[in-house]
Design a protein around this ligand. Sequence first.
Ligand code: ADP
Ligand code: ZN
Length: 191
Amino acid sequence: MYFVKQSGWIEVICGSMFSGKSEELIRRVNRARIAKQKVQVFKPSIDVRYHHSAVVSHNGTQEDAWAVDSAAVIMELVDPDTEVVAIDEVQFFDEQIIDVCNSLADRGLRVIVAGLDLDFRGKPFGPTPVLMAMAEYVDKLQAICVKCGNPANRTQRLINGHPAYASDPVILVGAAESYEARCRHCHEVPV
Ligand code: ADP
Ligand code: ZN
């Protein structure tokens, strides 16, 4: 164990899809609750400013969460007696999430963020890489490559069963889209 004299820090849980980021976030939240700490969980929302929701992992574990449409709303919703703030899918937040995480940690809170470090092209994703650089603790998880069984650090995007092109838009109307975990060698991004 590390000895920590003053509280307040950032922990990043990153990796590809299916690497267990949500599971790990939920595990840490549960343990903080066992320690009788007040925890608030957040995730991004695309429509309304904020609403009650849940973080659900691919193996079915879940935790109540606020879905919020911007990083600024998190600052408004954090209660004065909250000790732990957990944020899932952090890659989808605006750049302001970096200041939000830092000010909460400076204020003495434990900030746990989980998110994709790479997009489907294998490029750094949104604010996650900056948060990894600023965090006290970083855990990079790996899934299992569905092609070869090796550890997988990439997310393969498939459109109608075929690897998506690097130039494909993030939202393709009418297409059957799916994602799978793949290793560096099996990851395909046609140009
Ligand atoms: P993430 O938040 O990183 O997308 P989750 O925590 O939601 O991951 O899900 C992790 C779970 O996904 C694993 O415990 C396992 O049950 C399941 N899973 C499905 N496909 C894979 C895969 N290719 N590699 C590893 N786990 C997988
Ligand atoms: Zn592979």
